[in-house]
Design a protein around this ligand. Structure first.
Ligand SMILES: Cc1ncc(COP(=O)(O)O)c(C=O)c1O
Length: 342
C-alpha cells in the first residue's frame, strides 16, 4: 500500500485495459490517468522540474511559466503547489473549462491567448507570449516542454520500461503525438530492446507535426501547429492521422462499456484499431498509450450539443449515444394500497 506525502510521488504504472472485447482486435491500453494530475504529463513535469532544480535554474522566488493545452499545466500546478513555486500557465481557448478551473484551484494563474498563429493553431501565439514574459522579468522560468530533453527522458525511464516489463513479446506500439515526448522516449527505449518493435505515431488530421495541411482541431492534447522540435522521425516506423470524428466515435464506444477516456485516447485507439484491421493481427502483441481519462471532456467530447454544433447531427450512431437506449417516460405511479396492513 503506497503512503505518500507529495502528490507527485504516486503514479499508477501497471494498469492496462484489454480492448479486445470492445473492438474485436488484440490491443492493450496502458492507462496513464491514475495519478493526482490525472494524466501522463505528470511524468514530464516531474522530470523537467527535478532537472531544473538540480541545475540550479529554479530559485525560491522563481515563477514557472509554460505553454500548455492543459494537462502539463495541471501537472505543473500540482508540483508547484507542493514545492512552493508560483506557476503561470499560458493556454488557449481550446483548453477545457474544467482543466482551467483545476489549475486555478491549485493556486496557478491561467492566461488564455485568443489569436491563432499562421497555421491556424495557437501554439505560436502562446510561445510568443511566454517569451515576452521571460524577457520582461528574470524571475520567470520557462521549462519549455517542446524542447526540454527531460520530457522524452521521463518516458524512456518509466513509460517504456513499464510496457516492456509487462509485454516481453511486444510487436507494435501506438503512441499519440503532441510534443513528441512520449513518442521519442518510448521509441528510443525500444530501439535498444531485445526485439524489434514497430513504432506507430498517431496524430490528428489538421496537425502539421509530421507535415501536411494545417486544419481545424478542436480536441486538445494531440497534434501540433508546428513540427515538434523533439521529434526525430528516424525512430518512427509509421504515422497514422485520425479525423476528430473518429476520435469521438472511439471515445463513445469505450464509454458505452464503462471506460471514460480523454480525446487523445480516442485518437490513438481509433488509429490503432484501424491499423490492426488492415494487418493480420492474430499473433500480434499490440499496446497503445492512453494519456488521460474522460472527466475533463464532459463539456466537449461527451456533450451532445458541442458535438452536433461542431461535427453535425450524424456524428454518433444512435446506439453510441449514452442515453439513447433509455426510453424517456413519466414514471408509472401506482394507486395507493388502501387495504388494511397486517
Ligand atoms: C491528453 C494528452 N494526450 C497526449 C499528449 C501528447 O503527449 P506528448 O506531448 O508527450 O507528445 C498530451 C500532451 O499535452 C496530452 O495532454
Amino acid at each position: 500500500m503506497p503512503v505518500i506525502s507529495a502528490p507527485h510521488d504516486f503514479n499508477e504504472g501497471r494498469l492496462f485495459v484489454d480492448l479486445e472485447p470492445i473492438f474485436g482486435c488484440p490491443l492493450y491500453l496502458k492507462c496513464e490517468g491514475f495519478n493526482f494530475a490525472g494524466s501522463i504529463k505528470l511524468k514530464a513535469a516531474n522530470e523537467m522540474v527535478a532537472s531544473a532544480e538540480r541545475d540550479g535554474i529554479l530559485k525560491p522566488d522563481s515563477i514557472l511559466v509554460e505553454s500548455s493545452s492543459g494537462n502539463l499545466g495541471v501537472a505543473l500546478s500540482m508540483i508547484a503547489a507542493s514545492k512552493g513555486y508560483k506557476f503561470l500557465c499560458v493556454t488557449d481557448s481550446r483548453c477545457n473549462l474544467s482543466t482551467r478551473l483545476l489549475m486555478e484551484a491549485l493556486g496557478s494563474r491561467v492566461h488564455i491567448v485568443a489569436d491563432p498563429d499562421e497555421n491556424g493553431g495557437f501554439l505560436g501565439t502562446r510561445v510568443e507570449y511566454v517569451r515576452s514574459l521571460c524577457a520582461s522579468d528574470s524571475r520567470y522560468v520557462w521549462l519549455s516542454q517542446y524542447t526540454n530533453p527531460g520530457n522524452w527522458r521521463a518516458h524512456y525511464r518509466t513509460t517504456a520500461q513499464q510496457i516492456a516489463s509487462h509485454f516481453p513479446r511486444l510487436d507494435v506500439l501506438f503512441i499519440g503525438t503532441g510534443t513528441a515526448g512520449t513518442l521519442m522516449g518510448c521509441a528510443r527505449y525500444f530501439r535498444q530492446w531485445h526485439r524489434p518493435v514497430r513504432i506507430v505515431a498517431v496524430d490528428s488530421v489538421g496537425s502539421v507535426a509530421f507535415g501536411g495541411e494545417p486544419g481545424r482541431r478542436m480536441i486538445p492534447g494531440l497534434g501540433m501547429s508546428m513540427r515538434p522540435p523533439l521529434l526525430d522521425e528516424s525512430y518512427v516506423n509509421e504515422v497514422i492521422k485520425v479525423e476528430e470524428a473518429e476520435t469521438i466515435r472511439a471515445c463513445h464506444r469505450m464509454a458505452r462499456r464503462g471506460f471514460l477516456f480523454g480525446g487523445s485516447t480516442g485518437t490513438v485507439v481509433s488509429g490503432a484499431t484501424d491499423w490492426l484491421s488492415r494487418h493480420d493481427a492474430r499473433d500480434i502483441t499490440a499496446v497503445a498509450i492512453a494519456p488521460d481519462l474522460g472527466e475533463r471532456y464532459l463539456d466537449t467530447i461527451y456533450q451532445t450539443n458541442w458535438l452536433q454544433d461542431l461535427y453535425g447531427d450524424q456524428i454518433l450512431d444512435p446506439e453510441e449515444q449514452m442515453t439513447a437506449t433509455i426510453p424517456e417516460r413519466e414514471p408509472v405511479t401506482r394507486k395507493p394500497d388502501r387495504r388494511p396492513q397486517p
